[in-house]
Design a protein around this ligand. Structure first.
Ligand code: 13P
Length: 257
């Protein structure tokens, strides 16, 4: 099956490796992946290795269609921020962009909407594509607070992005209850939340909202991806566990393009 994102948007399938893969494993993954995705050119393919494997992955993927993203970035160019990595440092590695605001970073490492309001424009200013993650907890969904949470995150995190650049931001809707749980959002839940996110972007710029790619993330597998990726507002997926194996990741890519 092949799907296509709406309004001429090129779908993106990105693998978030989280804290998995050494340099040797990352290189091996790219070598195995490239022939498996060679036939598909209507979908952008990305992988997000941990920091030590970024440069080796960029080198292994050079000349191919696989884009490499970091998993986090500090907003400042340099300074006394022990353990952090800045936009120019990532740019120098040759990465395409970076995930920001993943729920694991928000929940486990205290990443705030306030910091994200600086990180998203800092990435764009450096020439990096931000993949901004947003999503509600199970409790928020059950108490009917999903839209309130998404509105808060989208409005705050994109507040300092000029309206005319909103279309350069990739947004990943990742309901926290679906991450690593095997519980995938139903197509209705995913479509509704993603259409709501696009409408929030349209409040700032209708034209840019049509350009903005909004991905789904949360227990995406080779099996669950087809129904989700066929939905009109869903422009691809941010894949965790199923992106660690080149075969299963390639299956998701090929189901998209
Ligand atoms: P899983 O696909 O393992 O649920 O992880 C989703 C995710 O957090 C991607 O960023």
């Amino acid at each position: 099956m092949s799907t296509s994102a709406g309004a001429g948007r090129t779908p993106l399938i990105a693998g978030n490796w989280k804290m998995h893969k050494t340099i040797a494993e990352a290189k091996g993954f790219i070598e195995a992946l490239l022939p498996l995705v060679a036939a598909t050119d209507r979908v952008d393919v990305g992988v997000c290795p941990p920091f030590p494997a970024l440069k080796p992955t960029v080198d292994a993927a050079r000349g191919s269609r696989v884009q490499v993203f970091a998993q986090n970035m500090h907003q400042e160019e340099h300074g006394a921020f022990t353990g952090e990595v800045s936009p120019p440092m990532l740019l120098e590695l040759g990465v395409h962009g970076t995930i920001v605001g993943h729920s694991e970073r928000r929940e486990l490492f205290g990443e705030t909407d306030r910091a994200l309001a600086q990180k998203v424009p800092a990435a764009l200013d450096a020439g990096l594509t931000p993949i901004l993650c947003v999503g509600e907890t199970e409790e928020e969904r059950e108490s009917g607070d999903t839209e309130r949470k998404l509105r808060h995150q989208i409005q705050e995190d994109l507040a300092r992005v000029p309206a005319e650049r909103l279309g350069e931001v990739v947004i990943a809707y990742e309901p926290i209850w679906a991450i690593g749980t095997g519980l995938v959002a139903t197509p209705e839940q995913a479509q509704e939340a993603i259409a709501f996110i696009r409408a929030l972007v349209a409040d700032r710029s209708r034209e840019q909202a049509e350009r903005t790619r909004v991905l789904y993330g949360g227990s995406v597998t080779a099996e669950s991806c087809q129904e989700l990726l066929a939905l009109p507002d869903i422009d691809g997926a941010l894949v965790g566990g199923a992106s660690l194996d080149p075969e299963s990741f390639a299956t998701i890519v090929n189901a998209t393009g």
